[in-house]
Design a protein around this ligand. Structure first.
Ligand code: ADP
Length: 447
C-alpha cells in the first residue's frame, strides 16, 4: 500500500484526488506555484511543497521540481490529474527510472496514444473502426492535395501531436486544401513543437461519443459505457452526459467490448478514454486519452464507482474492484463546465470571488476548488468548477440541473453559468437532439 502520494496538479482535480486518497487512508502531498499559495488544494492536502513561480512551465510542468518534492516528502507515487504532465511520456519514463510509481499507464502506452497517427494505426490493427483518412503523415502540399482528392471533400487536416482542439483545419474543396495544410502545419509547430499533420474525412454532423475503459495492466480490462460530449465550442467540451441519448444498451455493449478488448490486448493499466465520432450508427475512432478525463464524474455517477480510487489501487498492483458484469448503468448524469469567462467572447475573467454558494441536495455534486474570498489567478485554465447531477432518467437529471444551477452563486467574476441557464431552455437540448456543430451555430445566433 502507498503511504503517501503526490498530486502534480491544482484546482478541482487536485481536490478530487486528495478526496479519494483520504478515503483510502493514503496521505497526500500538494505541489503549488507561488501564485497558488492560498489555493484550496494546498489547504486540503496533508503536506505541501512550493515548486516554482506562477508560470506553469516553471512549476506544474517542471519535472525536476516535482521529483525533488517527491524525494523531500517521501511520496511513493504521483497522480498527474489531467492536463499538465498527465500525458507526458518523457516524464513517466523519468519516474519509472527513479522508482516513483506513476498513477496511470506506462510511458510506452502514453507515447503510442500521444501520437495520433500511431494511435490510429494501433487501434485499426486492434479492430477498432477509424475515420477514413491518410494512412500516416502528409509531408507536403502536393501529397495533401492527392490524398484529400482520394478521401473526398470535405476533409480536415489535423496535427498528430494535437490536443485541446488546436491545430485542426477544415478544407471544403480542393481550392482550400493547400492553405488548410500550411496553416495546420504552422499552428501545430507553434503549439506542439511538431509540424506533422494527417488528413481525415470531415464528418458533417456526428456526435462525439467516448468510451471509458479501465485496464489492470495484466491483460484484464472493462468498459464503463459512453459519454456524449457533443456540445462543444472550438472543439472543446462544455456539457457532457452519460449515457448518450442516442446509444442503446446493445450498441453500448458492442462498442464497449471492442474497446475493452483492444486495451486488454496491450495490457493497458488504469483509466483511458477512447474517443469516437458517431454518425449514422457508425463509430469512427479519433483519439485515445491515456488519463482521467475532466468529465469522468458522469460515468462515476451512473456506475456508482470511484475511478480515482480504482486508479490508485491498480497502480499499487491490486486487482480492479469490479468486473464487467458488476457494471450496470443506473440512471442518467450530466456535467456542465463552469469557466471564469466573460460572454459573449468567452474571454478569461480571473479575479476575487466575493460570494460562493454551492448547490446541494439529492443527486448533486460540485467539484470545485473555489471558496469565499479566493482570488482566481490569471495564469492557468479558466475551469473553476464542474456541476454534476444524477437522476433516475434524463428528464430528472435535466430538471435537477436546472434546480441546482438556480442555487449556485459565484459572485465577483463573470462565469459561463448564464450560458447554461439559456441552454436548458432549448428544445433541442431538452430532447438530446444535438451534434458537434449545434453549439457553435446556437452561439452565433444567440450571443
Ligand atoms: P483534440 O485532441 O484536439 O481534442 P480530437 O481529435 O479529439 O482533437 O478532436 C476534437 C473535436 O474536433 C472532435 O470532438 C470533433 O468535434 C472535431 N473533429 C475531429 N476530427 C473530426 C473529423 N474527422 N470530422 C469532423 N469533426 C472532427
Amino acid at each position: 500500500m502507498f503511504d503517501k502520494i503526490l498530486i502534480a496538479n491544482r484546482g478541482e482535480i487536485a481536490l478530487r484526488v486528495i478526496r479519494a486518497a483520504r478515503e483510502m487512508g493514503v496521505r497526500t502531498v500538494a505541489v503549488h506555484s507561488t501564485a497558488d499559495a492560498d489555493a484550496m488544494h494546498v489547504r486540503m492536502a496533508d503536506e505541501s511543497v512550493c515548486i516554482g513561480p506562477p508560470s506553469s512551465t516553471d512549476s506544474y510542468l517542471s519535472v525536476p521540481a516535482i521529483i525533488a518534492a517527491c524525494e523531500i516528502t517521501g511520496a511513493q507515487a504521483i497522480h498527474p490529474g489531467y492536463g499538465f504532465l498527465s500525458e507526458n511520456a518523457a516524464f513517466v519514463q523519468i519516474l519509472e527510472d527513479h522508482g516513483i510509481t506513476f498513477i496511470g499507464p506506462t510511458a510506452e502506452h502514453i507515447r503510442i496514444m500521444g501520437d495520433k497517427i500511431t494511435a490510429k494505426e494501433t487501434m485499426r490493427n486492434l479492430g477498432v473502426p477509424c475515420v477514413p483518412g491518410s494512412d500516416g503523415g502528409v509531408p507536403d502540399a502536393a501529397t495533401a492535395r492527392r490524398v484529400a482528392g482520394e478521401i473526398g471533400y470535405p476533409v480536415i487536416v489535423k496535427a498528430t501531436a494535437g490536443g485541446g482542439g488546436r491545430g485542426m483545419k477544415l478544407a471544403k474543396s480542393e481550392a482550400e486544401i493547400e492553405r488548410a495544410f500550411q496553416t495546420a502545419r504552422t499552428e501545430a509547430k507553434a503549439a506542439f513543437g511538431n509540424d506533422e499533420v494527417y488528413i481525415e474525412k470531415y464528418l458533417g454532423a456526428p456526435r462525439h461519443i467516448e468510451i471509458q475503459v479501465f485496464g489492470d495492466g495484466k491483460g484484464g480490462a472493462v468498459h464503463l459505457g459512453e459519454r456524449d460530449c457533443s456540445l462543444q465550442r472550438r472543439h472543446q467540451k462544455v456539457f457532457e452526459e452519460a449515457p448518450g441519448p442516442t446509444i442503446d444498451a446493445e450498441t453500448r455493449a458492442r462498442i464497449g467490448k471492442v474497446c475493452a478488448d483492444a486495451v486488454a490486448s496491450i495490457n493497458y493499466a488504469g483509466a483511458g478514454t477512447i474517443e469516437f465520432l458517431y454518425e449514422n450508427g457508425e463509430f469512427y475512432f479519433i483519439e485515445m486519452n491515456t488519463r482521467l478525463q475532466v468529465e469522468h464524474p458522469v460515468t462515476e455517477a451512473i456506475f456508482g464507482v470511484d475511478l480515482v480510487r480504482e486508479q490508485i489501487r491498480v497502480a499499487e498492483g491490486l486487482p480492479m474492484s469490479f468486473t464487467q458484469d458488476d457494471l450496470v448503468v443506473n440512471g442518467h448524469a450530466i456535467e456542465i463546465r463552469i469557466n471564469a469567462e466573460k460572454l459573449p467572447n468567452f474571454s478569461p475573467c480571473p479575479g476575487k470571488i466575493t460570494q460562493y454558494h454551492v448547490p446541494g441536495g439529492l443527486g448533486v455534486r460540485m467539484d470545485s476548488a473555489l471558496y469565499d474570498g479566493y482570488s482566481i489567478p490569471p495564469y492557468y485554465d479558466s475551469l473553476i468548477g464542474k456541476l454534476i447531477v444524477h437522476g433516475r432518467d434524463r428528464a430528472e437529471a435535466l430538471s435537477r440541473l436546472q434546480r441546482a444551477l438556480g442555487e449556485l452563486i459565484v459572485d465577483g467574476v463573470d462565469t459561463t453559468v448564464p450560458l447554461f441557464h439559456a441552454l436548458l431552455q432549448e428544445p433541442d437540448i431538452i430532447a438530446g437532439n444535438y451534434n458537434i456543430h449545434w453549439l457553435e451555430r446556437w452561439l452565433e445566433e444567440n450571443l
